[in-house]
Design a protein around this ligand. Sequence first.
Ligand code: SF4
Ligand code: SF4
Ligand code: FES
Length: 537
Amino acid sequence: MPLVKIDSQEVEIGKNETVFNAAKRVGIDIPFYCYHPGLKIVASCRMCLVDMVGAPKLVPACSTTVPELPEAKKIEGKFDAVIFTDNEKVKTARRAVLEFLLLNHPIDCPICDKAGECKLQDYSFEHGNDASRFVEIKRVPQKKDLGPSIFLYTSRCIMCSRCVRFTEEISGTEELKVTYRGWHAEIDVAPEKPLNNKMMGNVVDLCPVGCLIDKHERFEGRVWNFVHTDSICPGCSKGCNTTLDTMKHQKLNLEELVDQVYRIRPRENMTVNQWWICDDGRYHLETDKKKTRIMVPHVKQGSKLAEVSWAEALSVSLQKIKAVSTKEVALIGSPYASNEENYLLGKLARLLGTGLDVSKPIYGDTQTFKTDKNPYPFTIESEKAPNYRGAKTTLSLTDSQLDKTIADKKVVIMLGSHNVELKSKPETLIVIGSFEDAVTAQADVLLPAALFTETSGTYTNKDGAVQKFNRAINALGESKAIWQILVELASGLGQSWYYENVGDVAKEMIENVNAYKTLELDKLYPQFSTLNEQMVV
Ligand code: SF4
Ligand code: SF4
Ligand code: FES
C-alpha cells in the first residue's frame, strides 16, 4: 500500500483512494464544493487543491490518487507522496477560488435560507479574502421556478454541478442541465420538463450554497435555531434514516418555546438509504397536516364522539373490557406502531388471554431509481408502513387475519386505524390513534396517540434492520405515547407494569422476543446499547 505524508501525518492510502479521503480519515478537512461521495468525481470547483511535492502545479485532492513508487524513488526514503493541505501556495489558491466564486455572488446571506449551513459562507470566512477587489457591476440572473418544490436562486449558483449529476446519476430523470458557458453558465430545466421526480428534494441538500431552495421551507426559520434529532422515516418499509430539524421559536418575547419539525433530511446509512430520501418521506409531515389530528380523548355519547378527560376515557374503556369475558376481547397491533408498542400489546393480550392480531399496512406504488452510474438503486417500497415486519415479529404472528380474529369479539382495541377495512363493527371499538379516518369515525372510545416525532422507539425495516427513532418534539394536545397508554390500560386490568421510559420496554422486548435475542446488538445496532439513556417518554 502506498504510504503518504499529509501535512505531518503518515497515512497508508488505498490503491484507488483519493488524497481527499485519506486526509479525511486522519482528521484533516480539505474544503470542497463539487465533490460528493455519492456522485461521480468531476474535480471542477478547484476548492480542494493541495500541494503535492514534485507535481508541476497544485492538484485537486478529490480526484488525485497515489501510485506506489519504486524503492529508489520514494520521497524522504519511504513516502510515495508528500502532500501539504494548508501551506501558503494552497491558501493563496483557495483565496483565488473564493474570490472568483464571489465575483457575481449577491450579498444575500441575511435573507438566504442556507445562511448558517452554507459552504460559501463558511469557506469565505475560513479561507477567503476579507474584501472584494471587484468593482464592476455584478451580473444578476433571475430566480427560476424549477418545478413543484424547488426554486433556483440563479445568482447564488457556484456551478458545482452536484444537482445536475444527481438527476443524471441517481434519479436518472435528467431534468437539470447547464446552459450557456463561462461567465453566463446557468442551471436550468428544459421547457415543459420541470424538475419533478420523487427524489428531487435531495438536490436541495446537495446544493452547497443557497441556490436550490425548497418551497416548503423557504423563509420558515434560521438554521441556527434548529435542534437535530435522529429519526427513521415511517413512509414505507425501507426505513430510511433521517434527521428531524426541530425549530424552537420564541413567542411574544416570552421564554416559552414552541416545538415544530421544520424539515426532514436524509441521514447517511450506506446499507439502507445511502445519502438520500424520497419526497414522500421528506414531506411526510406536510401530508399529515392535511389530516385531522386527534388531540384529546373521545367517548361515544349517543351517536356522536364527545371530548372527555383521559380518566373518563380510560374508565369507559376498562368498563367495556371488564364487562365481557377476555375471550371476547381482541387486541390489534399496528405496522405503524413501534416494536416496543406492539410488544407491550402482545404481552397484554397473552397475560389476559385475549385474541391478538395485527392490521395490514396500506400498499401503494413501488418505484426504483436506477442508472448504470449508480451502484445503489433506490427503491420506494410499496408497503407504506415502517414496521409490518417488526409488528409481526414482536407479536409472534406470521400474517394478518383481522376479519377472522375480530369476527366473534365484542371488544376490539386497535393500535392505529389507517382506514383499515372492518367487515363488521364490534360492539365496542377502542382506537388508540393519531388521525381521524373511516375507522375512528366508528370508534366508541378514541385515545389520542403521539406520532413518531413525539415519542421514541424502534422500527424493523423490510430487511430486518432494527432502527431507532427519537422523540423530537412534545406530543400535541393531550396525546400520549402508545406504550404509556397500554401501561395505563394494563394497570386498570390488574397488571402492575413499571417502565421508567420506553428504553425499559425495549430492554424487556430484547430479552423476550426470540428474533431479537440472536442479534449481536452492540455490533449491529449500536444504538441499542444507549437505548435506555437516550429514550424518554
Ligand atoms: S444549483 Fe447548487 S448544486 Fe446546482 S450547480 Fe449551482 S451551486 Fe451547485
Ligand atoms: S423510501 Fe420509504 S422510508 Fe425512504 S424516505 Fe421514502 S417513504 Fe421514507
Ligand atoms: S471538490 Fe475537488 S475540485 Fe471540487
